[in-house]
Design a protein around this ligand. Structure first.
Ligand code: ADP
Ligand code: MG
Length: 245
């Protein structure tokens, strides 16, 4: 039976008078890819920030592997196994690709130097970046910057990885390798929460989908059913949605 790994229950978050998360309850199971769709401004990145500890929720509960993590710092959540990518990648441009990933394994995961190097090399291998290991991160093309974002998340040895629009800006032929990498993560037992506007990439790998619209989950379930639902159609009315609806 599916075991919940990372769960938010009735989470609320406001910035001043703007309610961004309005009672969100959502969880990801061990070894599951949960896709998150929703229009711009829906609160998707804020939800990932609340899970990773970058932003604190105003109320509601957050559990990871059965433990309450509300009082746990972002750094400690990372060491416990909550890894993430950012919507806007900011690698250390002057450092090499390998050094960027090493920072994640050494300081994100808190590993000793020798193990950190091994884990960093594995993360490069899994994301197809080994040939770029010694290149300056600042000179990477977009697909490799996305790979580096994933490699940095993997190097923290996550049990769940939170991906924020990692497919954005990639060309059609660059998407399949990314989808394969994310499927490979799931197959190795890592849970994934993937926010994505490039819906057909998400549909290729997601086990379950939720739609977040202005702070509320308006649809949840089997991905193609969710995309076809009235609630999702309404949320995207007038928006530039990349999917065959
Ligand atoms: P999404 O990722 O779905 O596009 P976000 O979670 O980034 O949405 O943002 C949801 C809303 O919250 C937006 O209106 C955004 O401007 C606002 N917001 C996000 N972060 C902050 C912040 N730190 N301070 C004030 N408003 C914020
Ligand atoms: Mg966002």
């Amino acid at each position: 039976m599916a075991q919940p790994l990372l769960v938010a229950d009735d989470v609320r978050k406001s910035f001043g008078r703007l309610t961004v998360l309005d009672g969100v309850s959502v969880g990801v199971n061990h070894g599951e890819v949960l896709g998150v769709v929703g229009p711009n401004g829906a609160g998707k990145s804020t939800l990932l920030n609340v899970f990773s500890g970058v932003t604190s929720a105003d109320s509601g509960s957050l559990t990871f592997d059965g433990s309450d993590i509300r009082g746990v710092t972002a750094a400690a959540r990372c060491r416990r196994g909550i890894g993430r990518s950012y919507q806007v990648p900011r690698p250390f441009s002057d450092m090499s690709v390998f050094e960027n990933v090493l920072v994640a394994s050494r300081f994100g995961a808190g590993l000793g130097e020798a193990t950190a190097r091994t884990v960093a090399l594995e993360a490069l291998d899994r994301t197809g970046l080994t040939a770029r290991a010694n290149s300056p991160a600042g000179g990477l093309r977009l697909l490799d910057r996305k790979r580096l974002e994933l490699a940095r998340a993997l190097a923290t040895q996550p049990r769940v990885v939170l991906l924020d629009e990692i497919a954005g800006g990639l060309t059609e032929h660059e998407l399949p390798p990314l989808v394969t990498m994310i499927g490979g993560l799931r197959d190795s037992g890592v849970a994934v929460i993937w926010i994505e506007h490039v819906v057909h990439a998400l549909l290729a790998v997601a086990d379950r989908l939720v739609c977040l619209t202005y702070g509320k989950i308006v649809a949840e379930g089997e991905p193609s059913d969710v995309m076809a639902s009235d609630a999702v159609q309404r949320s995207y009315l007038g928006a530039d949605l990349d999917a065959d609806l």
